[in-house]
Each structure stands twice: as structure tokens, then as C-alpha cells.
Design a protein around this ligand. Structure first.
Ligand SMILES: [Zn+2]
Length: 193
């Protein structure tokens, strides 16, 4: 059973949101959903599905562009009439923090992000967006504008009955430290950057 656990007002540096947490049988992850405005049964809702990146989101790591994407999403959502940020606690594209740091270590020895995961015997991307589908169903939303550069998310949502009517790109400025990472995402994982 997927059901609301609790919700509360959450004023942030980027604007005012409501934060929702849900109970989802079989999933112990404490995902978070930030909601701007009235989204119940709304059409064409802007949605950001962000996977947790402790090093980027919290510490401001320059190895990736996660924090810029998160900040940009929150800024954009707070300027919009309504919208949703679904924050999935699936660190390191689903491989967890320990494996992510091991992969970083390999990358310091010349592997790219895809090769490093493969060398560790891990999938390149093991993220699961089922929770996001459940959230959209909970709010009665079937048509969204997706804030993403990742084609896999589109495919997953479309295959699960969510109509993505528009892509809102999240363009961030590359830095020397994450240039190679972003190029790998574009060239090997089909991201539209
Ligand atoms: Zn990151």
C-alpha cells in the first residue's frame, strides 16, 4: 500500500513548499516530495525527479552537477504556480555511497563513470522511478512537464502511463572538475546537455 505518512509546511531558501513523506510497502527508503502550489488533479504539472547525491547536494561537490540541478529545479519550481520535486534517496545512481566513492577512486585512475561501475560489477544506472509514479498517481496527475536531461526517465514515465508533454531542460555551466563527467553522461548515457 502506498499512502501518505505525513506532510508539513517547508519554507526554504528557494521559496515555500509543502513536504510530503509516504509509506510504501517494501521500500524502506525515506524519499521526500516537495510540492509548490495546488497540484491535486492538475494538468501539465512541472515535475523534477531528483536522485540523492550526498556529495553534490549537501557538500557541494564539483565532481558532478547534481547540486546545480537541484538548486535550479527548486528556484524554477518556486517561481511557478505549481510543481513537484520528488527527491529519491537512491545515492550514486542507485549503487549507494560506499560504491560511489569506490567508483570515484577508480575514476582517479583513468576510468570514466560508466567503466568504473562496470569494473565494480555494478549496473551503470540502477535507479528506480516507481516511487515517482506512485506519487503522481497519489496526486491524480497523468500529464507532466519533466525537468530533466535524462532520456531513461522519459521512457520509464511514458511506459508507466505518465504522459510527458514537455521537457524542461536543466542547463548548468560545466566546470573543469565535472566536464569529463558531463561529457560521459552525454556521450555514453544519452543525456541531452
Ligand atoms: Zn552528484
Amino acid at each position: 500500500m502506498f499512502k501518505l505518512h505525513a506532510k508539513a509546511h517547508l519554507p526554504t531558501l528557494f521559496g515555500d513548499f509543502e513536504i510530503y513523506v509516504f509509506d510504501d510497502d517494501g521500500d524502506p527508503s525515506e524519499h521526500a516530495v516537495l510540492v509548490k502550489g495546488d497540484v491535486y488533479n492538475a494538468d501539465s504539472v512541472p515535475v523534477r525527479i531528483h536522485s540523492e547525491c550526498l556529495t553534490g547536494d549537501v557538500f557541494g561537490s564539483k565532481r558532478c552537477d547534481c547540486r546545480e540541478q537541484l538548486v535550479k529545479s527548486l528556484e524554477m519550481l518556486s517561481s511557478m504556480e505549481r510543481g513537484i520535486l520528488i527527491y529519491l534517496r537512491q545515492e550514486g545512481r542507485g549503487i549507494g555511497l560506499k560504491n560511489k566513492i569506490k567508483a570515484y577512486s577508480l575514476q582517479e585512475n583513468g576510468f570514466d563513470t560508466v567503466e568504473a561501475n562496470l569494473a565494480l560489477g555494478l549496473p551503470v544506472d540502477s535507479r528506480d522511478y516507481t516511487f515517482a509514479i506512485n506519487v503522481l498517481h497519489y496526486f491524480g496527475i497523468s500529464r507532466i512537464k519533466l525537468m530533466s536531461n535524462n532520456p531513461l526517465k522519459f521512457q520509464f514515465l511514458q511506459e508507466n502511463g505518465i504522459d510527458v508533454i514537455e521537457r524542461i531542460p536543466l542547463i548548468t555551466d560545466p566546470r573543469p572538475e565535472d566536464k569529463f563527467y558531463l561529457e560521459t553522461k552525454r556521450n555514453r548515457m544519452g543525456h541531452q546537455l
